[in-house]
Ligand binder design. Structure first.
Ligand code: NAI
Ligand SMILES: CCCCC/C=C\C=C\C(=O)C/C=C\C/C=C\CCCC(=O)O
Length: 271
């Protein structure tokens, strides 16, 4: 567990993984402002955490994160509540292959927007106090998963975007560190409510296999807290599964001028 106390802005915290990250952050002494489009679930989570940790430590606002004005205004309200923000968690996400625009808008454009809003506030070289930005990608941001072409590409985009920011030449002056969490499938509504519109070729993915590879929410939260506990987090990509967690680096394999690749090259490149 990280010993620092954080002033946190988190998106999509009403339920699922975001709620669990907040629970761990609050238990470790942090103060959290969270937003979610689901007002009923958000208010219920706020009530639960207020009773558990105290009224001054957690605040919820119902917004649609894809609406830039709502996002900016909620961030400003969060700064008033917290004093400043030194941890931004872009967590809200959607997995539904039948909703192409909505998925790209929430999973990618909104993460870009949220990252820039937080970075503007945090940058030490522009009068801020510095901080960390953790963007939630997925195993689908590390591998090509044929069941989820749209979702998968948004998670690759989140991972690539965040890695690019971590490589900025003025990163030290910014005083910001960028990290990426890549969870395996986890037992949230995203997993429990999956159907053959949300995921392609679902019939090729038997229920027993799905269940066997799905991690408890607590396991993914341990990964989140591990990432946050690093003395130097900038550029870290942490994959967290039911069995293990491991840091990742993206490699680009040169296959030469022959296509299709030899069987051995294909196998070496299949993750
Ligand atoms: N559950 C899983 O297997 C995995 C999830 N992830 C990622 O983790 C993140 C959280 O996922 P879960 O907790 O599983 O999902 P979830 O569906 O349980 O929670 C997502 C939350 O985002 C909120 N949300 C949706 N649209 C919104 C909007 N426009 N504005 C504000 N809030 C909005 C929902 O109301 C919900 O509370 C997502 O980015 C997801 O892609 C990554 C890997 C695995
Ligand atoms: C077993 C998963 C079924 C439903 C998953 C629900 C939500 C998952 C969200 C993710 O971000 C995880 C992404 C992909 C999971 C799907 C398949 C994993 C296949 C992994 C592999 O081929 O190695």
């Amino acid at each position: 567990m990280d010993s620092r106390s954080w002033k946190v802005f988190l998106t999509g915290g009403a339920q699922g993984l975001g709620k669990s990250y907040m629970d761990a952050l609050l238990a470790a002494g942090s103060k959290v402002f969270f937003v979610d489009i689901n007002a009923t679930a958000g208010e219920s989570t706020e009530k639960e955490f207020t009773q558990k940790y105290g009224r001054d430590l957690v605040k919820f606002q119902a917004i649609d994160c894809t609406v830039v004005k709502q996002f900016e205004e909620a961030f400003a309200t969060a700064v008033s509540f917290l004093g400043y923000i030194n941890l931004m968690v872009n967590n809200a996400g959607l997995m539904d292959e039948s909703k192409v625009e909505e998925t790209i808008r929430l999973n990618y454009l909104t993460v870009v927007r949220g990252t820039y809003i937080a970075a503007k506030h945090m940058r030490v070289d522009r009068g801020g106090k510095g901080g960390r930005i953790i963007n939630i990608s997925s195993i689908a941001g590390l591998q090509d998963i044929n069941l989820l072409p749209v979702y998968c590409s948004t998670k690759h985009a989140v991972r690539a975007f965040t890695s690019c920011l971590a490589l900025a030449p003025d990163i030290q002056q910014q005083g910001i560190e960028y990290g990426i969490l890549c969870p395996d499938p986890a037992a949230t509504s995203m997993f429990l409510d999956v159907d053959d519109k949300k995921m392609l070729y679902l019939d090729t993915f038997p229920r027993e296999i799905r269940d066997a590879m799905t991690a408890p929410v607590e396991t993914i939260t341990k990964g989140f807290m591990k990432l946050l506990s690093l003395d130097e987090m900038n550029g870290a990509i942490l994959h967290t599964s039911e069995k293990a967690m491991s840091f990742r680096r993206m490699d680009n394999v040169d296959l030469g001028q022959t296509w299709p690749p030899a069987k051995q090259d294909e196998d070496n490149n299949s993750g």
